[in-house]
Design a protein around this ligand. Structure first.
Ligand code: SF4
Length: 361
């Protein structure tokens, strides 16, 4: 064992008993609820997740409804959360659970790890919270808290550091309350031993055990290797409108925003003149052309720097499909011309397009 975390247990459990926030998935920690909430929490703050969670669970109350739902509706339910591969993995896993596990999440950490989208953190969270199995769930919050407690200057972006912490925690996990222990550390990391700004050490139940507090190194721990700067991708976005309908395309099945709907565009910034020439070249008869300004969207490894245009075209010149369909002969997708109402209610547009979406009337 690299570090003995056993002295933290009683203080963490006591503190959690008094400070745990009331959350819908904690009130009723069904395996399905724990799974969905943990996937949502990987990208969004607890307070924001509550509303998404309620909406998702109301629409898809169990694993079989998640397995059966059509993709467009599933993506719509995930709209606003981003990272759409996560919700696709939820559905893939739900289908495996229906076909191989009698529609239930397995009560087994190792089997959970084999399911799409479930890594050691999520497997540990489901195993410990829903099934009371003594497995750790190490996320960024837990890494930060425990590196500070042990005073470690190990680089937390290295997989071996996370693995070593998992091993240390597995050795001391309280068998009677493993889920509470994991949630206590996560909660402490989210509310007291915070990632940005000074941690609130005078409110921390681990202050007397914490090496970083003792050595005044809490602002130097955790150590994180600098990330590579994000790639800048320039882009022009078109809101092509005809008779109150707007063009949406489906993106390629691979790569950024794979398979998602988008406003059509090109991977370069076009001036108004170049943009008009480009669209005319595609066969659009332009009746009105309004620059919409610049916008930026940040993905994990890429930044889109966009410019956009609202373009009124005389008539729908692309294949006129009033609803999205696949061209059977050519096996390629064709654009959909959608009303504002349809964009709001049916199609899921990634938040990368939020700035331009508000120009739709
Ligand atoms: S004492 Fe401060 S640095 Fe140490 S675990 Fe608590 S909040 Fe974090």
């Amino acid at each position: 064992m690299k570090y003995d975390y056993s002295p933290t247990i009683e203080f963490l459990l006591d503190w959690y008993g008094q400070n745990a926030r009331i959350l819908p998935w904690r009130e009723n920690p069904k395996p399905y609820y724990v799974w969905i909430s943990e996937i949502m929490l990987q990208q969004t703050r607890v307070e924001a997740v509550k509303a998404y969670f309620e909406r998702f669970i109301n629409a898809l109350p169990d694993i079989s409804s998640l397995a059966d739902v059509e993709e467009e509706k599933l993506l719509k339910l995930w709209e606003g959360l981003g990272y759409y591969n996560r919700v696709r993995n939820l559905q893939k896993t739900a289908r495996i659970l229906v076909s191989e596990y009698d529609g239930k999440l397995p009560k087994d950490y190792t089997k959970l790890l084999t399911l799409p989208g479930i890594g050691s953190y999520t497997a540990g969270a489901i195993a410990s919270i829903a099934f009371h199995i003594a497995e750790p769930a190490v996320d960024g919050n837990v890494l930060r808290v425990m590196m500070r407690v042990s005073g470690s200057f190990d680089d937390i972006t290295e997989a071996k550091v996370k693995k070593s912490l998992e091993e240390d925690l597995r050795a001391v996990m309280p068998k009677d309350r493993p889920g509470d222990f994991n949630q206590a550390v996560m909660e402490l990391g989210a509310t007291v031993c915070i990632p940005v700004g000074r941690p609130l050490c005078n409110k921390c139940p681990l202050m007397h055990l914490c090496q970083a507090f003792k050595n005044r190194t809490e602002d130097k721990i955790p150590v994180k290797k600098e990330k590579k700067p994000r790639k800048i991708q320039e882009r022009t976005v078109f809101l092509l409108e005809s008779g109150g309908r707007y063009v949406l395309n489906k993106r390629e099945k691979k790569g950024l925003l794979a398979g998602m709907m988008e406003f059509p565009g090109v991977d370069e910034k076009l001036s108004p003149l170049m943009a008009e020439e480009y669209l005319t070249g595609l066969g659009y008869a332009i009746e009105g052309f309004i620059p919409l300004g610049e916008a930026k969207h940040i993905f994990s490894h890429v930044e889109w720097h966009m410019t956009g245009y609202l373009v009124h075209v005389r008539e729908i010149v692309a294949e006129d499909s009033r609803s999205y369909r696949k061209d059977k002969e050519e096996s390629k997708t064709v654009p959909v011309w959608a009303l504002k109402r349809e964009i709001e209610e049916i199609y899921s547009l990634p938040s990368a397009f939020d700035y331009y979406r508000k120009f739709i009337v």
